[in-house]
Design a protein around this ligand. Sequence first.
Ligand code: NAI
Length: 283
Amino acid sequence: MSFNMLKGKKGIIFGALDENSIAWQTALVAKEQGAEFVLSNAPIALRMGKIQELGEQCDAKVIPADATSVEDLEKLFSEATEILGGKLDFVLHSIGMSPNVRKKKPYGELDYKLYMKTLDISALSFHKVMHVAEKQDVMNEWGSIVGLSYIAAQRVFPFYTDMADAKSLLESIARSYGYRFGKAKNVRVNTISQSPTVTKAGGGIKGFDVFFDYAEKMSPMGNAPADECAKYIVSLFSDFTRFVTMQNLYHDGGFSTTGISEDVVEMILDAKAREDEEKKDEE
Ligand code: NAI
């Protein structure tokens, strides 16, 4: 349903690959709420993904940019403001990738070159995006910038390996740049810590199915889906959240503040009962 929450607002949405992507869902909701925007993704994703389809659906231009390249970002921001005919009110950074996770390297055996890539793609790119936006002075007063994080920034999820470090850095950058942008232009910067979500980035993690199910059972509301995350992002782009800044905001159905749930207890009791049965059979 449209409340025209983003009527008259312009922005850039990074990271839509296919319809499962959080950025894809956000583009649909932003469009529905009256926003105009440019879509961007890495050149390779433009070749392999379906972003052009989304562009047609949202009447949005698609501009390739490797978010680790300041040069690409400079071109993107100047083209976007030209296409949109003015400065920006919102930016979504929905970018993450770890070559170490893809290669299933355990945390103690990370390839350091790949580790640097993980940090560059998944965290430093957030700094670079804001650096270029600041230098080109493309943000409007009271604008909003959002990045996407995961609770592995605070708690250990062993299979998330170097992405956990990248998410900690991402959240720290949101605070530090949030201070700077808040002082300069009343622009707010936040990260949303989202539930495990079935997407290309999510599915690449070893044991993803298990921690998806575990989080589903731990969260009183179950895992938050991508389309609901999109609505939360849009609320942060709207004028209803102007003084929310430098925060890491959980969108996780209650996972982060639940110690243990009845569902998890039941799961453990079931497993124990099965174990006892097997022991009995062996005797
Ligand atoms: P996705 O795979 O659909 O999106 C990741 C995007 O990053 C892709 O569009 C990819 O092309 C883009 N990307 C990778 N390298 C890039 C580069 N060098 N330059 C520009 N773009 C690049 O997956 P999803 O899940 O929508 O990911 C979006 C964000 O949400 C990521 O930051 C991810 O870590 C985060 N997140 C995902 C969760 C999940 O379980 N899927 C949970 C919590 C956070």
